[in-house]
Design a protein around this ligand. Structure first.
Ligand code: PEP
Ligand code: MG
Length: 582
């Protein structure tokens, strides 16, 4: 049994067989063979090894003539390794003695070698491990051939383990079959993590190296509450986690009873809870959890699985699904936040930037591609004729940028007016505050909009210069950092002064330990991933405003993220112990 600790990004506990994905999304089943198939299996293995070695020699020839012998030598080394009798002896041994299917035996042996190399912390041994993966892949390709299983066509429940998953790969996971996932890379507010929340599957990211320690079919546990992955758990651990899973479900179903009760403090202050969504069908998740509206609709997910840019009709249809489902509740549609780790447009499919998070992202990209921007604005305005639609601009970093966005919106309104198309002329306009410059200039921005939404996912990364997707700087990336709290405080005060609505829509607002703090700092509205709504509501219903103000005052006095988080954890444990798992 091996226990790995990472970053919990989607709650829940899952126990089941691992499906290990490599970069080619191979699936290596833990399969055993019958004794009378042994000879055939050994023959199959021999054939695959032979073809893989031949292939490596072919690559060697091609590279020799294209780039020179020193590069071709890499593939010669691959061929020599595949032909090494001690390698085939070891693999054959597992097939004969353990009854493993050839591909499972190959994977076990190659992963053992790779792990041994990775553990030698010197020179380029670790990068040599990558060569071993290449060799493994090549042999597996010949063994599995057309039988290579597709992740989209799973027949049984699995837990997906991978080095990393992109947001699109995550979105493509079939929730009915993938009961959890865990990755070596990733941060707490990466879009992959946000997708896990949208799919409502337990997930842990940023675990560091573990893929070489596990084979497909091995039993694993993912604890999305505490951020733990357990490989090959013993009986006692499995029993303990089965009990945890049951009590977590009981806790969730108790919270379900809060659905129709208001999010209101013990002394009667209402704090509407809105939902964050990525797909139109999630409007249903919001309603099931008793959301008071949609506070953030991330429209860039319209790009998922699409080659070209969405048409005006595609935008409009998606928005109408949400607007109609939400009735007269507010629906905040955020304009496209493309770029960085989220999808490319058809016009600018792959922009190679050295620092994509600091590059042509979001409104910066839309302002360079006005056709794209106006198409979306037309659809949002048209949908505004049917409900309480509001428009919000992401990643605004200067006042002039916001004015530019509003100017384009005014042009689109004029066009619709000329065409006699209905829309809400008073469509509320808001901006996200997720760049430190916007937080600092909140007073000036407040004069231009009806509402603010504080995007802590980005605000934290830009304030602390810590990439939200990078597990290596995850310890710096904390919502409780005093610098972040001071910026949030500035924004709330500016909003209050100018009578502008303000909420937080970053992942921070769905983390129970920050609820009292945010209330105490003056927020009267939060926008969270739908499945967090009941828990956050429970906390709101358990405190008085006065208690929350005291907690916020104390937290703002502290000078280190660690102290703030420990203090808040303690205060939250006092109110709702089940909400604080670690
Ligand atoms: C944020 O940055 O907090 C936010 C809500 O936007 P996104 O996560 O889509 O970047
Ligand atoms: Mg953001």
């Amino acid at each position: 049994m091996e226990i790995k600790r990472g970053i919990p990004v989607s709650p829940g506990v899952a126990i089941g067989p691992a499906l290990v994905l490599d970069t080619e999304w191979f699936r290596i089943p833990q399969r055993f063979i019958e004794g009378d198939h042994l000879a055939d299996e050994l023959q199959r293995l021999k054939h695959a090894l032979g073809v893989a070695a031949e292939e490596a020699r072919g690559h060697q020839q091609a590279v020799n003539s294209k780039l020179g012998r020193q590069y071709g030598a890499i593939f010669e080394a691959h061929a020599l390794m595949i032909e090494d009798p001690s390698l085939s002896r070891e693999i054959e041994g597992l097939v004969k003695d353990q009854g493993y299917a050839a591909e499972y035996a190959v994977s076990r042996v190659m992963r053992r070698y790779a792990k041994a190399l990775e553990s030698i912390d010197r020179g380029n041994f670790a990068t040599r491990a990558a060569d071993l993966f290449d060799i493994e892949k090549s042999i597996l390709r010949h063994l599995l051939g057309h039988r290579r299983e597709q992740i989209q066509q799973l027949k049984e429940a699995v837990i997906v383990l991978a080095h990393d998953l992109t947001p699109s790969e995550t979105a493509a996971l079939d929730q009915r079959k993938v009961h959890a996932f865990a990755t070596e890379a990733g941060g707490r507010a990466s879009h992959t993590a946000i997708m896990a929340g949208a799919l409502e599957i337990p997930a842990v990211v940023g675990l560091g190296k573990f893929v070489t320690d596990v084979s497909g079919g091995d039993q694993v546990i993912v604890d999305g509450n505490r951020g733990v992955l357990i490989l090959n758990p013993d009986e006692e651990t499995i029993e303990r986690y089965e009990r945890t899973r049951t009590s977590f479900r009981t806790f969730e179903s108790q919270l379900g009873k809060l659905r129709d009760l208001p999010a209101e403090t013990r002394d009667g202050t209402r704090v509407p809870l809105l939902g964050n969504i990525e797909f139109p069908h999630e409007a249903r998740h919001c309603l099931e959890r008793g959301a008071n509206g949609v506070g953030l609709y991330r429209t860039e997910f319209l790009y998922l699985g699409k080659q070209g840019d969405p048409t005006e009709t595609e935008h409009f249809d998606a928005y109408m699904t949400v607007v109609q489902a939400m009735g007269n509740r507010p629906v905040v549609i955020r304009t496209l936040d493309l770029g960085a780790d989220k999808f490319a447009t058809a016009a600018e499919p792959v922009i190679h930037e050295r620092n994509p998070f600091l590059g042509l992202r979001s409104v910066r990209l839309c302002l360079r591609n006005l056709t794209l921007f106006k198409t979306q604005m037309r659809a949002i305005l048209r949908a505004s004729a049917f409900g309480d639609v509001r428009i919000m601009f992401p990643m605004v970093s200067t006042l002039l940028e916001l004015r530019h966005c509003k100017m384009i919106l005014a042009e689109v309104k004029e066009d619709l007016e000329d065409e006699g198309i209905a829309f809400n002329r008073k469509l509320p306009v808001g901006t996200m505050i997720e760049v430190p410059s916007a937080a600092v200039m909140a007073e000036q921005l407040a004069r231009e909009v009806q509402f603010f939404s504080i995007g802590t996912n980005d605000l934290i990364q830009y304030t602390l210069a810590a990439d939200r997707t990078n597990e290596n700087v995850a310890s710096l990336y904390s919502p409780g950092d005093p610098a972040v709290l001071r910026l949030i405080d500035t924004v709330i005060k500016a909003a209050q002064k100018h009578g502008v609505d303000v909420n937080v829509c970053g992942e921070m607002s769905g983390e129970p330990i920050y609820t009292m703090l945010l209330l105490g700092m003056g927020l009267r509205q939060l926008s969270v991933t739908p499945h967090h709504i009941p828990e956050i509501k429970q906390i709101i219903r358990s405190v008085t405003l006065e208690e929350a103000v005291q907690v916020a005052q104390e937290a703002l006095r502290l000078e280190a993220a660690r102290d703030v988080n420990n203090y808040l954890r303690e205060q939250t444990r006092r109110i709702l112990p089940e909400a604080v798992m670690t």
